[in-house]
Design a binder for this molecule. Structure first.
Ligand SMILES: C[S@@+](CC[C@H](N)C(=O)[O-])C[C@H]1O[C@@H](n2cnc3c(N)ncnc32)[C@H](O)[C@@H]1O
Length: 483
């Protein structure tokens, strides 16, 4: 049997390799990692790696090269009996360098980096590692030994010396001092906000291998698992639907000329994405290049069609059922995922008994605020300005039976994602793809949310009575009602 931790480890490596995320993590600054706070607790080395907290999957010292010399960035101080309950008690940490007990330790690699950091006085993240026995979770695995990692804060390296170990070999010892003006870390008060244990992983990959990056489901709240549905990466169109192909561009080498590129023209004479693939501005409708375009798959105007890039996880929230969070930092403007499901005519969607996973395309397509301020000089967009009255058929996506990870994303009154209507593989403006983009930099492990855009007192049940739902998003700007 393959150990869950090992699967997560492989998943992480696979993901990092495929998405070049090592580079992304490399850009995480020295010192504090956005979104990670003192006392945050982790149960997987892979999680520390993915967050950029400690970029070594095995080594205790994480280091990097700066101006030609190695510097330490973080250390994991494990299994020590020298710490009392109040592990912030002593501001001084004595850390033995890396190496095996049967050989003299050398001042190389991580040890050299730690020594150099004494001169450089750069902040070093300290993560405390503890061994514990597992006892609970959605798949109980009582009695299994596992590690627990707690982020302790930033330290400065002070000095090093050598001493003999019990076998008579040299060990390099380092003294680090905790930086002042940081909250103390009391072991008994360690928050479980970011806790993920082996036994909390209910499903290793809810996509069953359909997405390039596995999406684990984690439950630290109760014994529940998500109710069953069929994971689909793509929208499921009505049976008799035949797509209207959109006219493509002729940019054989890629779309760079915003005057000649037909797709840039459709977007108002500019490409909607910047050089890093981030969307520049929310628009009622965005056109990516598609199958009828001559440009290559690497064209800058093909972003969301390439699918999910950032590692995501489904988790059980305290009050809103299941939710989704990112396992890494998502820069503002990045594509996150599509809202996928069965595409139904509104009247058919009304007949569905489960309305929890409906996304009415019209909800944001006809949002006048999106159309305001668009220059008249964008003829293609002005032509596509939809009107609820003249549009014969309106569509809703139902993700209750078939859907992807987006079906688990909750509403917030102060969301960090927004839904962008987007066309690339067909030209039918009444059924654009619903692509979710980050509207701000999203730190690792923060819940992903978008605004459901319901109009209050405009949602009806099958008897025609107004339905109401209290919003539990918890935002200080919460308006109180989802609908
Ligand atoms: C698309 S699903 C989101 C995933 C859902 N939480 C689950 O457990 O599968 C939409 C449903 O989640 C719940 N929900 C989402 N956001 C909410 C919020 N801010 N307040 C209350 N319930 C919310 C509502 O029951 C809503 O109908």
């Amino acid at each position: 049997m393959i150990h869950v931790g090992f699967v997560v480890y492989l998943m992480t490596l696979k993901h990092l390799k495929e998405n070049n995320l090592e580079l992304h993590f490399g850009s995480i600054p020295l010192g504090q990692v956005p979104g990670v706070e003192i006392g945050d607790e982790f149960h997987l080395r892979a999680a520390l790696f993915m967050l950029g907290l400690h970029r070594q999957l095995q080594g205790g010292i994480d280091y990097f090269k700066h101006d030609g010399r190695l510097l330490a960035r973080s250390i994991i101080s494990s299994g020590s009996s020298r710490y009392s309950d109040k592990i912030g008690n002593s501001q001084v940490l004595i850390y033995s360098g890396s190496g095996t007990p049967e050989k003299d330790q050398k001042l190389e690699y991580g040890n050299l980096a730690l020594k150099n950091s004494i001169d450089a006085q750069n902040p070093i993240r300290v993560i405390r590692g503890f061994e514990e026995t597992q006892s609970s979770g959605c798949r109980s695995s009582k009695g299994r030994k596992a590690m627990r990692y707690v982020y302790d804060g930033l330290y400065l390296a002070e000095k090093f010396w050598r001493k003999k170990n019990d076998n008579g070999f040299n060990v390099i010892m380092f003294q680090l001092r905790r930086k002042q003006e940081q909250p103390e870390l009391h072991l008994k008060q360690v928050r479980l906000r970011t806790s993920i244990t082996f036994s909390d992983i209910c499903i290793e990959d809810i996509t069953s291998g359909k997405e390039k990056t596995p999406i684990p489901v984690v439950n630290t709240i109760d014994e529940d698992s998500p109710s069953s549905f069929t994971y689909s990466k793509e929208m499921i169109y009505p049976p008799k639907y035949s797509s209207t192909p959109s006219k493509g561009c002729e940019c054989i080498g890629g779309c760079t000329d915003s005057i000649k590129c037909a797709c840039a023209v459709k977007n108002g004479g500019e490409l909607p994405f910047n050089g890093r693939g981030a969307i520049v501005q929310a628009k009622p409708l965005v056109y990516e290049c598609g199958p009828s375009c001559k440009c290559p798959p690497t064209c800058h105007n093909r972003v969301s069609q390439h699918g999910i890039k950032f590692p995501l996880g489904v988790f059980k929230t305290r009050s809103m059922g299941w939710g989704v969070r990112s396992l890494s930092l998502i820069p503002s403007g990045s594509f996150v995922c599509e809202y996928v499901g069965e595409l139904l005519k509104d009247e058919d969607a009304q007949k569905r008994t489960n309305d929890e996973y409906l996304f009415a395309i019209g909800n944001n397509y006809y949002d006048a605020a999106l159309w305001e301020g668009l220059p008249n000089s964008i003829p293609e967009l002005q032509k596509s300005m939809p009107s609820e009255e003249v549009n014969e058929v309106n569509y809703t996506v139902d993700a209750s039976i078939f859907g992807n990870v987006a079906r688990f994303i909750n509403h917030s009154c102060t969301p960090n994602l927004y839904a962008q209507n987007l066309l690339y593989d067909h030209g039918d403006k009444s059924m654009p793809h619903i692509m979710l983009f980050a509207s701000e930099d999203i730190p690792p492990l923060q819940e992903l949310t978008y605004h459901y855009n319901y109009t209050i007192d405009q949602v009806y049940d099958s008897n025609g009575d107004i339905k109401q739902k209290i919003c539990l998003c918890g935002s200080i700007e919460c308006t109180g009602r989802l609908y």
